[in-house]
Design a protein around this ligand. Structure first.
Ligand code: GRF
Length: 207
């Protein structure tokens, strides 16, 4: 096992943010390695993207609940992530809320990306919420994960304009493109130790 900064990536979907991060790692833009990719969805795209890149990847059954992991699943996720000696957990479209024991096991070491400018539009389909609300600017947010939903301290945000004739799809894909730019930069800064938190305030130390 190398002594590089180690990432554990969790996702439930197609894994385009994971791909952006894995490509940035491969290009030497993130001084880290992806140690493991885990999904609560069997056959999720994120798992095949990882396996194609020869990164260890596994489906872990989430248990009986729909929006969170059950106790046994939570223990299994934590065990695998500990065994993989991850330094940072990167949520990339992981559709379950992480609870107490998981959060305690990796306190201050879990980050997420959300497709809106938080605290506006937390929760599901944030791009649709933005469109329905009629905002003129939305975007994406990288933040630390705490016990709230899309609520932890904000690391960085990138804005995306909402255009006159946007559909949910066109807006969503513009936000996705912004995510693919922002998330690798934030993970790189984490890996370089340039980010610290004081309460809700996230401080970036320039290299
Ligand atoms: C992204 O839009 C992210 O903001 C949200 O889930 C989506 C994941 O997309 N948390 P992908 O699986 O990375 O393509």
């Amino acid at each position: 096992m190398s002594n590089k900064f180690r990432l554990g990536v969790l996702g439930s979907g197609k894994g385009s943010n994971f791909v952006a991060i894995a490509d940035a790692v491969a290009a030497g833009k993130i001084p880290a390695e992806v140690a493991v990719v885990l999904s609560d969805v069997e056959g999720a795209g994120i798992l095949s993207h990882a396996l194609e890149r020869k990164i260890p990847a596994r489906f872990v059954p989430p248990g009986k609940f729909r929006t969170k992991l059950d106790e046994e699943a939570e223990r299994e996720f934590v065990k695998i992530l500990h065994e993989a000696k991850v330094d940072l957990i990167v949520l990339a479209g992981f559709m379950r809320v992480l609870k107490g024991d998981f959060l305690r096991a990796f306190e201050g070491r879990i980050v997420n990306i959300h497709p809106s400018l938080l605290p506006s539009f937390p929760g599901l389909e944030a791009w649709k919420q933005a469109l329905d609300h009629g905002v003129k600017v939305t975007g994406c947010t990288v933040h630390f994960v705490d016990a709230g939903v899309d609520a932890g301290p904000i690391i960085a945000q990138q804005t995306v304009p909402v255009l006159e004739n946007d559909t949910a799809e066109s807006l969503h894909s513009r936000i996705h493109a912004a995510e693919h730019d922002l998330y690798p930069k934030c993970v790189a800064a984490m890996a370089r130790g340039e980010i610290s938190v004081a309460g809700r305030k996230v401080i970036w130390r320039k290299p």
